[in-house]
Design a protein around this ligand. Structure first.
Ligand code: SF4
Ligand code: SF4
Length: 180
């Protein structure tokens, strides 16, 4: 998380992350006792303050969002996946579950819907991958393209009750969960 930015500080190549710090701020990170939406205490102006040090968790060492992964592996998707700051969101494929996890910037929650991200993720959903959207503290499991379409049409979190279920959408009732 945020690892490439540190290389710039150390005189290495310019990072594909640029000024993004989403993955060091948005998710909860257990080994760091870091809650969701709070910047990691090790995050400094130009990246990870403990980059290259043994206390840096393995999860951070291994982490790359889909954008960074595509750039670093020179994958065919490298020019398709938008930079997280442009999309207001980032995503990665869960290494264990057949799932893709999308973290939405709570300050700009609608931007990703107008980006190419839905078009990129739709074929994965249609082929059985679950999309997990984490948006303003709520977690939605998207298992069908039709649910994705509903989400694209409306600000579903604004319509949600305290259990994370849209008040006017019974179809979501079985799919909504509070974040763990
Ligand atoms: S979300 Fe992606 S682009 Fe942003 S800091 Fe993390 S790895 Fe880099
Ligand atoms: S330890 Fe470093 S890479 Fe990991 S979340 Fe904190 S600032 Fe980011």
């Amino acid at each position: 998380m945020g690892q490439a930015k540190r290389k710039r500080e150390q005189g290495g190549r310019i990072s594909h992350c640029r000024s993004c710090t989403y993955c060091c701020v948005l998710p909860a990170i257990g080994p760091l006792d870091k809650p969701m939406y709070r910047a990691c205490s090790h995050l400094k102006d130009r990246g990870c303050g403990i980059f290259g040090q043994p206390e840096r968790p393995a999860a951070c060492l291994a982490y790359r969002c889909a954008y960074l992964e595509a750039r670093e592996t020179d994958s065919p998707e490298k020019n398709k996946i938008p930079h997280p700051l442009e999309a207001g969101a980032y995503f990665h494929r869960d290494p264990v579950e057949n799932a893709i996890v999308l973290f939405v910037d709570p300050a700009r929650p609608e931007i990703w819907k107008m980006s190419i991200i839905p078009d990129l993720l739709r074929p994965h959903i249609e082929s059985g991958t679950v999309l997990v959207i984490i948006d303003r503290g709520r977690q939605l499991l998207v298992k069908s393209a039709s649910i994705l379409d509903e989400i694209l049409k409306r600000d579903f979190v604004a319509f949600a009750n305290t259990e994370g279920r849209p008040l006017d959408h019974s179809a979501f009732a079985e799919e909504w969960k509070e974040p763990s």
